[in-house]
Design a protein around this ligand. Structure first.
Ligand SMILES: Cc1cc2nc3c(=O)[nH]c(=O)nc-3n(C[C@H](O)[C@H](O)[C@H](O)COP(=O)(O)O)c2cc1C
Length: 171
């Protein structure tokens, strides 16, 4: 893993989250990893930004309210077994680090750790949050994704540091 200029990152934007999934780590005192597959990487306010969408029912949601930064971590094949547990169990009642055997390492720019052994990690500082407003959904099918009406909050994170393996630094 080496620190990479975000502009040099090489990846498939519509595959990396939807197919590979990622671990969103939030919280500084008791950090917690949660599996995510919805989000995006892009540009806003002239900065590189990673956006994640978190439902208010998640433990991660309250952690992000306490400490407005996160890391987004993509795992190599041997560690990917952890994604099922981190996407089905809550950090409210389980230490997911212990349960999965995943390790963590200190980030360079935010008080939230990265996942040790990840092959891509983004360190992000939340610049703004946006609550999705169902009144603005134009495709009626979207309502079906919210039977409990727990509409996502978007967390727009400025990417302060990128750590990448060769797989993501191929240019
Ligand atoms: C593949 C996958 C993707 C997920 N993506 C999201 C997501 O983008 N946003 C979200 O709020 N929950 C998502 N979830 C659900 C959370 O990971 C799950 O509810 C988790 O147990 C919440 O953990 P926490 O309570 O420790 O925060 C996803 C789950 C899976 C299995």
């Amino acid at each position: 893993m080496k620190r990479l200029d975000p502009a040099k990152l090489t990846l498939r934007p519509f595959e990396i989250l939807d197919v590979e999934w990622a671990l969103l780590v939030a919280g500084s005192e008791r950090p917690n990893p949660m599996t995510v597959s919805w989000g995006g990487l892009g540009t806003l306010w002239n900065r590189p930004v990673a956006t994640v969408y978190v439902r208010p029912t998640r433990h991660t949601f309250s952690l992000l309210a306490e400490e407005p930064s996160f890391t987004l971590n993509f795992l190599p094949e041997p560690l990917r077994g952890a994604l099922d547990l981190c996407g089905s169990r809550s950090g409210r009642d389980l230490d997911k680090w212990k349960a999965t055997g995943l390790g963590r390492e200190a980030s360079a720019t935010v008080p939230v750790p990265r996942v040790a052994g990840a092959d891509l990690s983004l360190e992000c500082r939340v610049l703004a949050t946006v609550d999705l407003d169902p009144a603005r959904f134009l495709d009626p099918e979207i309502h079906g994704l919210y039977p409990a009406r727990d509409y996502h909050r978007a967390f727009l994170g400025e990417v302060l540091a990128v750590w990448a393996s060769e797989r993501f630094a191929g240019r």
